[in-house]
Ligand binder design. Structure first.
Ligand code: CP
Length: 325
């Protein structure tokens, strides 16, 4: 167990060792148990987390805010448009200044080609941990919650097959940070990771290469498919969600035209039946119901989406307690 984690940033799980991630899982389970039993766990009394959002959120905002309160501290919600950022406050100034007021800085900045760079600039300038609440490249806290959910529902993940798949959505070009973070982390836990997407929905080549290398080291496997149905076959975990064809085009009209070719990429009961009988259905939410996934699947017996959403709270509290205490 690696325990000296004070001051560390969480920008991607790839920058944390497996032993350190195991520590996060253990602490998260301990905090989950304490909350269930009503045992106080104010490890961050008098500490303050600044939460800077450039993009909307339901789960991330509420779980970080609740988590800080349960740890005895306080979380500030800062919507970027209410700050002086558009009038000149640089990433360096945000890191330097907010880092002097607060004990941690959490940021959501998902703009393609901008978000990760911004978070890293803040981290470079800040004297306190910087936590990535989702950028254009990574969504580490979602994926830590996903790992905890798989451990709870399935036990030892080694040898299990997870299908990380594109699904159609009509709402907007969603970031690729969830599938990228999933293939990076699940390949480190010896899973057989299947990435399924149409040709236009590729992920960043450097992330795919890292996932392949992770799989090699963990004795898991990594494969890429372009057949939606084939991705479900005999899988233990189905994680099918929409993302944008950002590596193909930045043009919104063109991306909408491309997406229209794949309106039948919806997780439905017939496809779930191709997976193992006890397969779990996961989604980070929000989902486009009856477009990405049918009500029957997301509300059905194989779905674990609410336990998965709950686990955001526990893993985030674990990382905050370990890095900000
Ligand atoms: N899954 C997730 O990050 O949800 P929000 O966008 O609502 O925070």
């Amino acid at each position: 167990m690696q325990t000296f984690l004070r001051g560390r940033d969480m920008i991607t799980t790839q920058e944390w060792s497996k032993e350190e991630i195991d520590t996060i899982m253990e602490v998260a389970l301990d905090l989950k148990r304490k909350r269930a039993l009503g045992v106080p766990h104010a490890y961050l009394r008098d500490k303050v987390l600044a939460m800077l959002f450039f993009f909307s959120s339901t789960r991330t905002r509420t779980s970080f805010e609740a988590g800080m309160a349960q740890l005895g501290g306080h979380a500030q919600f800062i919507e970027s448009s209410t700050t002086q950022i558009s009038h000149g406050d640089t990433a360096k100034e945000i890191g330097e200044i907010i880092g002097r007021y607060c004990d941690g800085i959490a940021i959501r900045q998902c703009d393609w080609g901008i978000g990760n760079k911004y978070i890293r600039e803040v981290a470079e300038a800040a004297r306190v941990p910087v936590l990535n609440m989702q950028c254009d490249v990574y969504h580490p806290f979602q994926i830590l919650a996903d790992l905890l959910t798989i451990l709870e529902k399935k036990g030892d993940p080694r040898g299990l097959t997870i299908n990380v798949s594109y699904a159609y959505a009509s709402s907007y070009q969603k970031p690729i940070s969830v599938p990228q973070s999933l293939i990076l982390l699940m390949t480190r836990y010896g899973m057989n990771v299947r990435l399924t997407h149409p040709p236009e929905f590729k992920l960043m080549p450097e992330i795919v290469e890292q996932a392949k290398e992770n799989a090699r080291k963990s004795h898991g496997s990594f494969e890429i498919l372009d057949d939606f149905d084939a991705g479900f076959k005999d899988a233990d975990v189905i994680y099918a969600k929409s993302w944008g064809c950002l590596l193909t085009t930045n043009d919104l009209e063109e991306s909408a035209r491309i997406s229209q070719k794949y309106t039948d990429w919806i997780t439905d009961e017939r496809r779930m039946a191709l997976a193992k009988e006890d397969a779990i259905y996961m989604h980070c939410l929000p989902a486009d119901r009856n477009i990405e996934v049918t009500d029957g699947v997301i509300d059905g017996p194989n779905s674990v989406v609410y336990d998965e959403a709950e686990n955001r709270l526990h893993v985030q509290k674990a990382v905050m307690a370990l890095t900000m205490s």
